[in-house]
Design a protein around this ligand. Structure first.
Ligand code: ADP
Ligand code: ADP
Length: 231
């Protein structure tokens, strides 16, 4: 069962001179996989993540996510698609500084028009799952980096989206805090069957995944299943 399928994906950016960011990517990621994408700066990682999340479209080729070819959809369709199927976490957390933890986590449900009672129930449930039931009324500024990332993970989890894209999720955290976040992501992956794709420079984060895809110069340079990954 396939979550993501890229066929002959080319992405170029126009500018003073044309830049080819991805030069013919073929890739299949199954439902429930936990995958790390690594590669030097400029190798195309962000471009790939943007295509997987429907934030951008390829110059040519197909990007099929949960059965839908996003290359064929317009911005409005892709936005609707993103809201139901994809959630994101980032290195810098991207929380709303004026909203309490519970309000940050509730945000995607509010935007989706979910009834208030259901929001309250779901928010409480995911905050328990990420171990933040004692931080419900805090503002992000009052939290540690690891706690902020757990709020972001709760916000990603609350919609039930089957695909979680993570951009350097441990990038701002020390080793111990990073390890906690990786353990949490692994447990979400196990418990909910969420497909997780993370871009990372952190070897530790990559070894927490079951599969490692290496990009270089806009190509897949390596694609291997990690022995003992995803423990
Ligand atoms: P990575 O995330 O691995 O650093 P990127 O996907 O950001 O790689 O970039 C791949 C290539 O595409 C680089 O040469 C980069 O300069 C170029 N690039 C990325 N985004 C843009 C853009 N919006 N406009 C022009 N060039 C871009
Ligand atoms: P909207 O509900 O307005 O369509 P989006 O789904 O476009 O919102 O995006 C929500 C947030 O996630 C934005 O900050 C956007 O920049 C970010 N985002 C969306 N897709 C990606 C991606 N593939 N990689 C990194 N960030 C993303």
């Amino acid at each position: 069962l396939t979550m993501l399928k890229l066929c002959d994906v080319i992405k170029t950016y126009d500018g003073k001179s044309e830049v080819t960011a991805l030069t013919g990517i073929n890739l299949t990621i199954g439902i429930g996989e936990m995958v790390a994408i690594m590669g030097p700066s400029g190798s195309g990682k962000s471009t790939l993540l943007n295509l997987l999340g429907g934030l951008d479209v390829p110059t040519s080729g197909q990007v099929v996510v949960a059965g839908k070819d996003l290359a064929k959809e317009n911005e409005k369709e892709r936005s609707l698609f993103r809201r139901s199927k994809v959630s994101y976490i980032f290195q810098a957390y991207h929380l709303m500084p004026t909203l309490k933890v519970s309000q940050n986590v509730a945000l995607p449900l509010h935007l989706a028009g979910v009834p208030a009672g259901e929001i309250t129930r779901k928010v409480a449930q995911v905050l328990r799952e990420v171990g933040l039931e004692g931080r419900v009324n805090h503002l992000p500024d009052a939290l540690s980096g690891g706690e902020r990332q757990r709020v972001a993970i709760a916000r990603a989890l609350v919609t039930g989206a089957p695909l979680l894209l993570a951009d350097e999720p441990t990038g701002n955290l020390d080793t111990a805090r990073g390890e906690e976040i990786l353990n949490l992501l692994r447990s979400i992956h196990r418990e909910h069957g969420t497909t997780i794709v993370m871009v990372t420079h952190d070897n530790h984060a990559a070894s927490a995944c079951e599969r490692l895809i290496k990009l270089r110069d806009g190509r897949v340079e390596g694609d291997s299943y990690v022995a003992g990954g995803g423990r």
